[in-house]
Write a protein that binds this ligand. Structure first.
Ligand code: KG4
Length: 356
């Protein structure tokens, strides 16, 4: 084989995913098992349940990705696996499976930082050179970073409390949107986006906290509490119990979506100005990459587009299937590291890992 080929394995949260990707960015094979349906029923991820489901699926998922690629495992250049951050119990399943495979196939191992993989995904689909700015907004993550090289990140800001997707999920749960006939199968964030289209964001007037802080950090619990107060008040006014759908649910969804977009755009604006003032980003055509489940929200994306247009930047988003957790980004991060020659472990003894 002329090209390097990497098998990527991801189990950091609630998706068991694997993919085989080559140096030119061709996805040779991929497979994914999502646990979303199980966790929706329990109202959140219970780590031992996630661990058990990863255990039940990992072998099959990796096998499916390898078979679809129709390469022989001996043709792999390396195996790349998410080692952090994430749920320890979930990460452990992917890691011990990978190390077993690494031992069997005698291949180099590339430990992957989940956020680095999210940030580099855009280079698989588009020609994006370093440096660029990345905004990762999902259910578990919220950060702004300057990507200067494959493993050279400058963290500019993060959430001081919860991630925006987590906040949207909590609001959706408080609104019982799972009982709403139009949104029963959607994630919290998606349900909010769907309902917001029918709502009026001017109906409630709220000012979220941390708007003026002189850094790029985020906070979403303040907004969550403001929205909770509105919900409690509306329940009283409409004379309904918690657990029933409010007639003003769509207005509340529009309000929380709009305010979330404002919060995200304001912090991102600061990051762009900070980098440009210090010549860390080109003055014209600097790239802002937005990724993560929340970045698939069209309202938030449009708000970011208005920001990038006003600051001579270009907004780029990986396709939706690569915005959420997947094995392709892990394999691609492995390729990037192989090409840069960083973080490749050739000796399994190099890997200090204590199985739980
Ligand atoms: O990237 P992702 O799958 O990874 C995790 O963090 O697990 O993101 C999932 C998060 C959830 O919190 C979900 O509510 C949110 O992204 N999300 C959305 C949308 N679709 C998913 N938030 C806002 N608008 C959406 N359309």
């Amino acid at each position: 084989f002329l090209h390097k080929i990497v098998l990527g394995i991801e189990t950091s949260c609630d998706d068991t995913a694997a993919a085989v990707v080559d140096e030119t960015g061709n996805v040779l094979g991929e497979a994914i098992h999502s646990q979303t349906e199980v966790h929706l029923k329990t109202g959140g991820i219970i780590p031992p349940v996630a661990q058990q489901l990863h255990r039940e699926n990992i072998q099959r998922i990796v096998q499916e990705a390898l078979s679809a690629s129709s390469i022989s495992p001996s043709d792999l250049s390396a195996i790349a696996t998410t080692i952090k951050p994430g749920l320890a119990l979930s990460l452990g399943v992917g890691l011990s499976f990978s190390l077993q495979l690494v031992g069997q196939l005698k291949k180099p191992f590339i430990p992957i930082h989940h956020m680095e993989a999210h940030a580099l995904t855009i280079r698989l689909t588009n020609k994006v050179e370093f440096p660029f700015l990345v905004l990762l907004i999902s259910g578990g993550h919220c950060l702004l970073a300057l990507v200067q090289g494959v493993s050279d990140f400058l963290l500019l800001g993060k959430s001081l409390d919860i991630a925006p997707g987590d906040m949207l999920d909590k609001v959706a749960r408080r609104l019982s949107l799972i009982k709403h006939p139009e949104c029963s199968t959607m994630s919290g964030g998606k349900a909010i986006e769907h309902l917001a289209k029918q709502g009026n964001r001017f109906h409630f007037d709220i000012t979220p906290p941390l708007q003026r802080a002189k850094n790029c950090d985020f906070s979403f619990t303040g907004l969550q509490h403001l929205i909770n107060k509105i919900i409690i008040q509306k329940e009283k006014e409409e004379g309904i119990e918690q657990g029933q759908i409010l007639s003003s649910a769509a207005d509340i969804a529009a309000t929380v979506q709009h305010t979330t977009a404002c919060l995200i755009v304001k912090r991102t604006h600061r990051a762009i100005l900070f980098c440009k003032q210090r010549d860390l980003l080109p003055q014209n055509n600097a790239v802002l990459v937005a990724s993560g489940g929340v970045a698939s929200n069209f309202y938030i994306r449009r708000a970011l587009e208005i920001l990038t247009n006003a600051t001579q930047c270009t907004l780029m988003c990986p396709p939706p299937r690569l915005c959420t957790d997947n094995g392709i980004m892990i394999a691609w991060n492995g390729i990037e590291r192989l090409r840069a020659g960083v973080g490749i472990l050739h000796d399994i003894e190099d890997i200090r890992y204590e199985p739980k």
